[in-house]
Design a protein around this ligand. Sequence first.
Ligand code: MUC
Ligand code: MG
Length: 382
Amino acid sequence: MIAVKGIETCIVDLPTIRPHILAMATMHHQSIVLVRIHTSDGLEGIGEGTTIGGASYCDESPESIKVVIDTYIKPLLLETGLTGVGATMAMIGRLVSGNHIAKCAVETALLDLEGKRLGVPVSALLGGGRVRDSFPVAWTLASGDTARDIEEAEEMLEARRHAIFKLKIGKRSVREDVAHVAAIKQALGDRASVRVDVNQGWTEIQADTGMGLLSEAGADLVEQPVGRYATAAMTRLSARHSIPIMADESLHGPESAYTVASKDAAKIFAVKIAQSGGLLPAQRVGAIADAAGIGLYGGTMLEASVGTAASAHLFATFPRLDWGSELFGPLLLTEELLEQPLLYRDFELHVPQGPGLGINLDEEKVSHFRRDRTAPVLHAVG
Ligand code: MUC
Ligand code: MG
């Protein structure tokens, strides 16, 4: 058993490079929760808990994530100390129900600690370890302006950063949205894969029209067209349309993944560590998809570099990653939080190799952008 000497959390507000327009929110900044766990053997583990658009995307917000960790998880870990990561998370699960993103942040820090203690990357702690060192990364076009989105996509192709583009729709009328997608697909042609994310914005009837037209326009998939609990509608839509549905918000852990898979409600899963409740439950979501012959895609909650690195370690271990990933979160922010940024090259993200997450925070950046700037600066203890 290893004693916990301290747990610190802070919210860090980071500006985005441009407004990011989703069906439920327009983001001008991203607010992440950093958690740092210090142990008696002198190590520090880092985790990130991040959602999108305050409290608008799911049941948690940056503020609730911080409160749950500070009020319920921190005292528990200080009192009991750490055993294995799975056992510690099971103990937390008995006291804290739901709150997947808060749990993900803590579990990430525990895995970082364990990897540092053993001298291996987090990916080596998951299943049989990594099967790839890098994988493709999509970029989301969400400026709200068709011409600007095409320009942005051309820049990304030219820079060899992204050849997969996800378009955020669901805010305007179905026909306006489809016209926007068709114009972008026509401009990019076979040089890029164009996909859409409706973020639950449609009814089943709208989705019927939309999916038919999007298929004709050359889109490759439709992410979460209807509400997250509308499993029956997703099953019917999946049966009626050849363009695949990718489940995102419908997946909040292995149990929901099992429901979606067994009801044939989606042909692809966007696996997210935050929504799943951590890397370990997200690994089980991935295993359910794999066993059911469902396509796998590495999703994001638009985390900054810590959450993105954690996700990358997990996605590196999936036996299949047929649809690539969208781990571009750090690139949407004006500020880099790491001393050494994650490596994006030739359309792929390269998974860090060092022990734990294999990353180091830039302390000055953290102290400058943390919301409670007047509080003492977070620093490694011991
Ligand atoms: C989502 O719903 O997938 C992922 C990429 C992006 O632009 O938004 C997120 C959330
Ligand atoms: Mg989505």
